[in-house]
Write a protein that binds this ligand. Structure first.
Ligand SMILES: C[S@@+](CC[C@H](N)C(=O)[O-])C[C@H]1O[C@@H](n2cnc3c(N)ncnc32)[C@H](O)[C@@H]1O
Length: 263
């Protein structure tokens, strides 16, 4: 597919790598406030990449944000390459600064709800399409369409994995108790200084290199896009319908799951 000049960017250092590393770390701490087991799900995701497509995969980091998945992929598999795709200009600024000069990484700006978003990718086939904490920004109807667009992008024998919030509608009392317990822990961490989503964005807006992309980002999304969180059985059924040969959960916590589709 075409690597269009207006949507594909190679990493370009705006300043030193330590600067962007600090924003990466700060993003990780903010996300871990919501998901203390975030690294565990990344580890299982990469275990399944290694099990199914080996240690030199071509990866698509879908809704990559600051490139957290790409970062874990390249640390564990130095021979891998990654395309990160996202719509958020501020998170992409951090990603591009962090990976500046790394020829293994390309970032692409695209809206996954745009029917032509794949045209911006530098490749038309990937060994592993990986995403985390992102597709709940889409409604299920849009996610079904997206799964249909992803299946042809995954090479034969390749994998798609989605780690996200996937509560079980059949267990509302369990879910409510788990939610209350988890949020009590988050409240304690917040009292001890943890930064939440809103405060993180206030800090980013105060950074001179991020102020303008943050302004653009809020013009695109507002505080947060509006989506939903279907259960894991919905995801596996949708992946099979989309053309994956096998699909199932490979990890779950009380609130979240990692669903894998195999081409
Ligand atoms: C909570 S962040 C997660 C980022 C990263 N995967 C991680 O685990 O840190 C959700 C990401 O999804 C992206 N996103 C949401 N809707 C999108 C869309 N329609 N097109 C492209 N990216 C989207 C957001 O811009 C944001 O970067």
């Amino acid at each position: 597919m075409a690597n269009t000049a207006d949507t594909a960017h190679t990493a370009d250092a705006a300043t030193g790598t330590g600067y962007w590393q600090a924003w990466q770390d700060s993003w990780d701490r903010q996300q871990e406030w919501y998901m203390p087991d975030r690294e565990e799900r990344f580890r299982v995701m990469l275990d399944m990449v290694e099990a199914l497509v080996g240690t030199t995969p071509r990866v698509l980091d879908l809704a990559c944000g600051t490139g957290s998945i790409t970062d874990r992929v390249l640390k564990r598999f130095p021979g891998a390459t990654s395309t990160g795709v996202d719509l958020d200009p501020a998170l992409l600024t951090i990603a591009e600064g962090h990976f500046a000069g790394d020829a293994r990484v390309t970032f692409v700006t695209a809206d996954l709800k745009d029917p032509h978003w794949r045209d911006a990718l530098p490749h038309d086939s990937y060994d592993a399409v990986l995403t985390a904490t992102a597709l709940h920004w889409l409604h299920s109807d849009d996610l079904s369409v997206l799964y249909g667009q992803l299946a042809p992008l995954v090479a034969p024998g390749g994998v798609f994995m989605n780690a996200d919030h996937m509560p079980d509608p059949a267990t509302p009392r369990i879910d409510a108790a788990e939610h209350a317990h988890r949020h009590a822990g988050m409240d304690r961490a917040r009292t001890a200084g943890a930064v939440d989503w809103r405060e993180w964005w206030e800090l980013a807006a105060a950074d001179p290199l991020l102020a303008e992309p943050v302004r653009q980002r809020f013009a695109i999304y507002g505080e947060h896009a509006d989506g939903d969180t279907p259960p894991e059985a919905w995801h596996t059924a949708a992946l099979l319908r989309a053309g994956f040969a096998e699909a199932r959960t490979v990890w779950r916590s009380p609130s979240d799951a990692l669903v894998l589709g195999l081409k």
